[in-house]
Design a binder for this molecule. Structure first.
Ligand code: HEM
Length: 218
């Protein structure tokens, strides 16, 4: 629809990047300048996505390796994971953590199990941050320290290993989390972006038009 209204100006990737930044700001988090002129891929690959995107079953070393493959450090991994201060996850993805792991608060595990049986109810949604589900804040890190996070991979960031002190920093100083988070969101723009080229987006009108188009589609 956007392409029809405004050809070669706004890509879906740009819209997603802008919507992400604006959602974080709306929920009280930090702001950053979004690098525009991303190009959309013309194909989609489930295999590529599954190979690149980290899974909730990952161990800490696999998480670190997965992020390192994209040039993202351990510190960035911890800061970016703070995005789990908002939104939801499905039972089929958090269930194993509640049944198979010991590094989860017992009453929290019991509560989750009452909603998410071992089999069935796969699509049931639960808050990633039960304490403060809507504001974008640093209490996700408090959940980690209290062993009250939803995902196995999240809890792996705080299990007596090399990332514990980074979690501690984010937990102590919210501003530290905000600064690191927005710096990393800007950094992520540099991970193999498709820009320019034949189907590149027009630079001169992109800012004005993006604002205009976003208002139209909202
Ligand atoms: C560290 C590795 C990560 C793993 C293993 C992971 C895993 C997951 C999983 C399993 C869900 C629930 C999806 C569902 O139930 O359909 C989720 C949700 C979410 N994640 Fe992550 N994530 C990671 C890092 C990140 C990062 C870096 C960000 C953003 C900077 C992020 C932002 C979100 C958001 C906003 C949601 C809720 C909305 C949604 O389900 O798409 N995550 N994540």
């Amino acid at each position: 629809m956007v392409e029809k209204e405004c050809p070669a100006v706004v890509s879906c990737a740009d819209i997603l990047a802008l919507a992400t930044r604006d959602s974080v700001v709306y929920l009280g988090g930090p702001s950053w300048e979004v690098g525009l002129r991303r190009r959309d891929s013309t194909t989609a690959s489930r295999l590529d996505a599954n190979n690149s995107i980290p899974a909730p079953s990952f161990s800490l070393s696999t998480l670190k390796q997965n992020f390192a493959n994209q040039g993202v450090s351990e510190k960035d991994l911890v800061a970016l994971s703070g995005a789990h201060t908002i939104d939801l996850a499905q039972c089929r993805l958090f269930g194993p953590h509640t049944y198979n792991d010991t590094n989860i608060d017992a009453s929290y595990a019991k509560f989750l199990q009452s909603k998410c049986p071992r089999t069935g109810n796969d699509k049931l949604l639960e808050l990633l941050d039960r304490q403060t589900p809507f504001p974008f804040d640093n209490l996700y890190y408090k959940n980690l320290a209290q062993k009250k996070v939803l995902l196995h991979s999240d809890q792996k960031l705080y299990t007596g290993d090399s990332t514990d002190h980074l979690v501690g920093n984010m937990l102590r100083i919210e501003l530290q989390f905000f600064n690191d988070f927005f710096e990393d969101m800007v950094k992520m723009r540099r991970i193999k972006p498709l820009t320019g080229g034949k189907k590149g987006r027009s630079d001169s009108i992109v800012l004005k038009s993006t604002k205009h188009q976003l208002l139209k589609i909202m």
